[in-house]
Design a protein around this ligand. Structure first.
Ligand code: 7TS
Length: 432
C-alpha cells in the first residue's frame, strides 16, 4: 500500500492510479457514460463540468431506470396489499433496505430506518432518544465543523431540556483538536455527535478513534455520514458508532430518501417519532402499540420509488468499489489542491489531500465567492459558493463565504484544468 498517486493517459482514456499503486482504480470514461446529464452541453456548447457533488450527486441511468420501472411496472403501496403488485413493491423496497444494510455492514436490516435525508435522521434521534435521555445540565459534545443539520436539532433540544452544548475546536489547518476533545470528555457528556467528513474542509475525522474515546467516557455517539458514506468505505461495526445518518441523494440516489442506522438495543428503547399508519402493531381508541423495528420509525406511506432508487445506487457504488471511489477522489482533490495553490491570491482551506475527501473550499483575494461561482457558470462549471450550511465554521475561519469545488466518481483532471482556467479568466475580468 502506498499513498503515491498519479495518472497515465491510455489513448482517449485517462486511467487513474490511486492509493494502491499499479491498480487501476476507476474507468472514468465508462462511468461518465452511465450519467446522462454529463453529456449535456452548457452555455456556448461547452460540456457541463459538475463540481457541486457535496450538495447532491448526479444519478446514473441504472437509478433513473429503477425509479421509472417501479412506476411503470409495479406501482403499489407497500406492507399492506395482498395483490401481486403490492408484493413486488414491498419486496423491492425491503430489498433496498437489505442492500443498504450490507453497504454499511450493519448487523441487521432492522437497524436501517429510512428517513427523508440526513437532516430528518438526526432530528429523529434528537426528538426520540434525546427527549427521553437528555436532562437539564447534561452535556452534548459537537464540533465547530458541523453542518447546520447536526447543530440546530441539538440547539432545539438544549433549549427545551436545559442541556449544555460544548464544541470540539477546529485547528487552523482544519483538523479537530483531539486534545480538547479529551478534556471535554472529562465532563462525561451524554452524547457526542460529529461529522465523519467536513462538507467544507473535506477533513476526514478519525471516527473510530473518536467513538472509542467517547464510549470510554460513557457517551452515546452519533456520526453524521452525509459526506462519508457516499465517498468512503464505511463499516458501522468497525466504527462502533451508535447512530449513523446519511442521505441517498449525495450517493447517486434520488432525493427524498435518507437513512438512520442505529444499534438495535438503542432503537428498541426509543419511543416512536411520527405517529400514523405503518408504524403501529395495534391501535385502540385511546392507545396504540408500536410496530417492530424498523417500521416503528416509518409512519405513513414512505418514499417507495426513492427507496428502490437508493437500492440501485448502492448496487452501482458497490460495483465500483468504495475503496476505489475514495482513491479516485483523493487523486483528483490532490491535483486540484496543487493547481489551486499555484494561483496567486488563492486561499485553500482544510488539510492536505491525504486527510481529506473530494472537497476543496477556497477563496481568491478581491473576488467574492458568489461572483466567482457566477463567472464559472458562464463557462459551464457548476460549483457552490456561500457558507455551505456551516456558518459557525466560517465564523471560526473568519470568513463569510467560500467557493467550493467537490468531486465524485465521474470527475477528471481535465475538468480541474477547466476550473483553473476559468478562475484565471475571472481574475482577469476583476483585474486581480
Ligand atoms: N451533514 C453534512 C455533513 C452535509 O454535508 C449535509 C448536506 C447534511 C448533513 C444535510 O444533508 P441533507 O440531505 O439532509 O440536506 N450538505 C450540503 C452541502 O454541503 N451543500 O448542500 C448540502
Amino acid at each position: 500500500m502506498t499513498r503515491d498517486t498519479g495518472c497515465v493517459k491510455t489513448g482517449a482514456t485517462r486511467v487513474t492510479f490511486g492509493m494502491r499503486l499499479g491498480t487501476i482504480m476507476l474507468d472514468v470514461t465508462a462511468i461518465r457514460r452511465d450519467f446522462p446529464i454529463l453529456s449535456q452541453l452548457h452555455h456556448d456548447g461547452v460540456p457541463l463540468v459538475y463540481l457541486d457533488n457535496a450538495a447532491t450527486s448526479q444519478k446514473p441511468e441504472a437509478v433513473i431506470r429503477a425509479i421509472e420501472n417501479y412506476y411503470r411496472d409495479y406501482n403499489a403501496n407497500i406492507h399492506r396489499g395482498i395483490h401481486k403488485l403490492a408484493e413486488e413493491a414491498t419486496a423491492a423496497y425491503e430489498g433496498a433496505r437489505e442492500r443498504v444494510r450490507a453497504f454499511i455492514n450493519a448487523a441487521s436490516s432492522r437497524e436501517i430506518v429510512f428517513t427523508r435525508n440526513t437532516t430528518e435522521a438526526i432530528n429523529l434521534v434528537a426528538y426520540t432518544w434525546g427527549r427521553v435521555n437528555i436532562r437539564a445540565g447534561d452535556v452534548i459534545v459537537l464540533t465547530e465543523m458541523e453542518h447546520h443539520s447536526n447543530l440546530v436539532p441539538w440547539h432545539m433540544l438544549a433549549a427545551e431540556t436545559g442541556a449544555h452544548l460544548e464544541f470540539i475546536p477546529v485547528t487552523d489547518d482544519g483538523y479537530l483538536d483531539l486534545g480538547a476533545f479529551d478534556r471535554l470528555l472529562e465532563l462525561h457528556p451524554r452524547l457526542v455527535a460529529f461529522t465523519h467528513m467536513s462538507n467544507v474542509l473535506g477533513t476526514i475525522n478519525p471516527a473510530a478513534e473518536m467513538v472509542a474515546r467517547a464510549h470510554a467516557a460513557g457517551a452515546v455517539v452519533l456520526v453524521d455520514g452525509a459526506q462519508s458514506v457516499p465517498h468512503l468505505p464505511v463499516d458501522v461495526r468497525a466504527l462502533d458508532c451508535d447512530f449513523l445518518a446519511f442521505s441517498g441523494h449525495k450517493m447517486c440516489g434520488p432525493t427524498g430518501i435518507g437513512v438512520l442506522y442505529g444499534k438495535r438495543a438503542l432503537l428498541e428503547a426509543m419511543p416512536p417519532f411520527l405517529g400514523g399508519g405503518d408504524m403501529i402493531k395495534r391501535v385502540y381508541l385511546r392507545e396504540f402499540r408500536p410496530n417492530d423495528l424498523p417500521w416503528k420509525f416509518e409512519a405513513g406511506t414512505p418514499a417507495i420509488a426513492e427507496g428502490i432508487g437508493l437500492g440501485a445506487a448502492v448496487d452501482y457504488l458497490t460495483g465500483l468499489g468504495m475503496a476505489e471511489v475514495h482513491a479516485h477522489e483523493q487523486a483528483i482533490v490532490s491535483y486540484a489542491l496543487d493547481r489551486l495553490h499555484e494561483i496567486k491570491g488563492a486561499h485553500v482551506y482544510g488539510p492536505p489531500a491525504r486527510d481529506r475527501g473530494g472537497v476543496a473550499a477556497f477563496s481568491i483575494d478581491g473576488i467574492h465567492p458568489h461572483d466567482l461561482a457566477q463567472l464559472l457558470d458562464r463557462d459551464g462549471i457548476a460549483i457552490r459558493a456561500g457558507h455551505h450550511c456551516a456558518m459557525p465554521l466560517h465564523d471560526r475561519l473568519g470568513l463569510v463565504a467560500t467557493a467550493r469545488a467537490s468531486f465524485y466518481v465521474y470527475n477528471t483532471e481535465e475538468e480541474v484544468d477547466r476550473l483553473i482556467l476559468s478562475l484565471y479568466r475571472a481574475m482577469d475580468l476583476f483585474g486581480v
